[in-house]
Design a protein around this ligand. Sequence first.
Ligand code: AQP
Length: 328
Amino acid sequence: MKRVLSGIQPSGQLTIGNYIGAMKNFVKLQEDHECFFMVVDLHAITVPQEPAMLREQSEQVAALYIAAGIDPTKAAIFLQSHVPQHAELGWLLTTLTNMGELERMTQFKDKAAGKDSVGAGLFVYPSLMAADILLYNADLVPVGDDQKQHLELTRDIAGRFNHRFGEFFHVPEPYIPEVGARIMSLDDASKKMSKSNPNPGSFITLLDDPAAIKKKISRAKTDSEALVKYDPQNKPEISNLIGIYAHVANMSIAEIEAKYEGQMYGPFKKELGEAVASMIEPLQARYHEVRKSGELYDVLHSGAERAQEVAEKTMDEVKKRMGFVLPR
Ligand code: AQP
């Protein structure tokens, strides 16, 4: 069975971008793969996090994994910080990563843009991500296409390790869904929808109430042509909304265009708001159940145990190959 590894940062409330771009695929993959799904809290602190918020958001992400349909009996759900080998391998791989490679990462450039001071953690984030993946020798890594560049670096680091220390790491493959792989911001279709965007009107979270969802969609930026047509080049805003619609209503782009032919944006946005709200409703009900029941802590405990079993073996082998003296 092929092994899958992925994670989401508890750096805000999860958006429908995280859901469509990542979690929906996690749910599919768990059926015929050995899956490890993390809450990547060590990644979240590459930008400042308020401790109480970090704790709350970490539990939220884990509970949302379960609410979205990840079954803890099929997939390991755990917090990255509960498996210390992530940080340990992250350091070892940082020493195999070049500054130039890290400087080329567009996510670093985006997140560092306009800041006077940028933490070194943000810069070396991709080596920690490589460690996350290689620790489990994952075959497949489901990510949104914004993470593709980081995954390519992981492949390079794996190849470099294998070349220097002997064939050990699997070179992982990205798994990127085709349509709607990248959900864009509601106020600026040139940027991806991000949970840490300071404007809450730019994203829809999985915990927004139906009224807020409808309001955000009705206010989403569109062009003045009033033509529901998928044309990302010339009509990026409406194309983004059509992409969301296609996912949420399980319809093709052509079907959506035909449905709204000759209509203004109003009815399209209204029905999209309703569709998103009803997609999220059962997920929220299950989320509140999980948070109340306390089952989350058992899930995280057994998930970390399963992960650690694999992680310990990898670290022993990596350290041996790199020339560390193993404790006796
Ligand atoms: N807008 C998006 N469209 C499609 N997929 C997305 N993902 C994130 N945003 C979108 C996918 O969700 C997974 C988890 O992402 P992450 O939280 O680890 O980091 P991120 O990509 O930086 O996500 P955010 O929401 O933008 O977080 P912040 O604002 O904290 O940086 C990844 O698989 C990602 O591709």
